[in-house]
Design a protein around this ligand. Structure first.
Ligand SMILES: C[S@@+](CC[C@H](N)C(=O)[O-])C[C@H]1O[C@@H](n2cnc3c(N)ncnc32)[C@H](O)[C@@H]1O
Length: 258
C-alpha cells in the first residue's frame, strides 16, 4: 500500500502555512481576473442603482453611491431588520434587497415587472442577476406586477419595501392597498411628493409626461394624504422623513421599532 503524506508548506518566517504559495497566487490571479471581468460586464448595462462591489468597482446609477448609502441608512435604521422577512416591490437592480440582506434580514424576495419584462429600453432582470451573483447574496426574485400582488400570491412579510413605485402607478391607491396587505409589521413607502401648500389630504395628476418628462409618472400626493391612506390601511403609527427622499415608515405595532 502506498502511503501519501500531504506536503507541509512553510511561510517566510519558517512556520507552517495553511496553503501553498502557488495556490494562493492562483487564487489571487483568479480574483483579479474575476474583477476585470466584472468591470467589463457592468459596463454593458445602464444602471439605475449605484451598487458597490468592493475593490473600487461601483455601478454608475441615477443617484450617487453616497446618496444611496444615506438613503439606505434613513430607510433601514428605524427598523429591527435582523431576522426579518422582507419583500422589495419594484426592486429593479436590487440595491435595497441586497442591503436588507446585508443588514441581517432572514429572507428577502425582490419583485418587479415593469423594468424586468423585456421592454427594449430596459434590460430585463440581467442587472439584478449580475449584481446578485457578483455580491453572492441569497435574495429570491419573482417577476410579478403590482396589480397582481396579494397575500395569496406571494405571502406576507415582516417588512414591505414599496420604494419609488406609488407615483408610477395609474391606480396608486390600489397598489398601496396591495403593498399594505402584505405587511405584517412595517410598510416603507418612498414617493414623489407635491402640493405642500395644501393642508388637507390631496394628490395632483400629471397628464402625459408633465412630471420630469416621464410618461410613467402619474401622481403627486401630499404628506397628509400618505399619512391618511396608511392609517386607513391599518397602520397604527406613520413616521415621515423628507430627506434624502420622502420616506414613510408605517407601523402596525412597535414590534420592529428599536
Ligand atoms: C423609480 S424606480 C424605483 C426602484 C427602486 N425601488 C428604488 O427605490 O430605487 C420605479 C420602479 O417601479 C416599478 N414599476 C412598477 N409598476 C410600474 C409602472 N406601472 N410604471 C413604471 N414603473 C413601475 C419599476 O419597474 C421600477 O422598478
Amino acid at each position: 500500500m502506498i502511503h501519501w503524506t500531504p506536503p507541509v508548506f512553510l511561510s517566510e518566517d519558517g512556520r507552517e502555512a495553511a496553503t501553498s504559495p502557488v495556490i494562493e497566487l492562483h487564487e489571487e490571479m483568479e480574483r483579479q481576473m474575476n474583477k476585470a471581468e466584472l468591470r467589463e460586464r457592468i459596463r454593458d448595462y445602464k444602471w439605475f442603482h449605484s451598487i458597490d462591489f468592493g475593490d473600487g468597482i461601483v455601478t454608475t446609477g441615477y443617484w450617487s453611491p453616497e446618496m444611496m448609502k444615506e438613503d439606505a441608512e434613513t430607510l433601514f435604521r428605524p427598523i429591527k431588520i435582523s431576522g426579518a422577512n422582507v419583500i422589495d416591490i419594484g426592486a429593479w437592480d436590487g440595491f435595497y434587497s441586497f442591503e436588507a440582506k446585508r443588514r441581517g434580514a432572514a429572507s428577502v424576495l425582490a419583485t418587479d415587472h415593469f423594468v424586468w419584462s423585456g421592454d427594449p429600453q430596459f434590460h430585463g432582470r440581467e442587472t439584478f442577476e449580475l449584481a446578485r451573483d457578483a455580491l453572492g447574496v441569497d435574495v429570491e426574485a419573482l417577476d410579478i406586477d403590482v396589480p397582481d400582488l396579494s397575500p395569496e400570491r406571494v405571502g406576507t412579510f415582516d417588512v414591505v419595501l414599496f420604494l419609488g413605485v406609488f407615483y408610477h402607478l395609474f391606480d396608486p391607491i390600489d397598489g398601496l392597498r396591495r403593498a399594505a396587505s402584505l405587511a405584517r409589521e412595517v410598510l416603507v413607502v418612498v414617493t414623489h411628493i407635491d402640493l405642500a401648500e395644501i393642508e388637507r389630504p390631496a394628490m395632483v395628476f400629471y397628464p402625459g409626461n408633465e412630471l420630469a418628462g416621464d410618461p410613467t409618472n402619474w401622481w403627486g400626493p401630499n404628506v397628509p394624504l400618505m399619512r391618511a391612506l396608511l392609517k386607513q390601511f391599518g397602520f397604527a403609527r406613520v413616521d415621515y422623513t423628507s430627506k434624502p427622499r420622502p420616506i414613510f415608515h408605517a407601523w402596525r405595532s412597535d414590534a420592529l421599532r428599536p
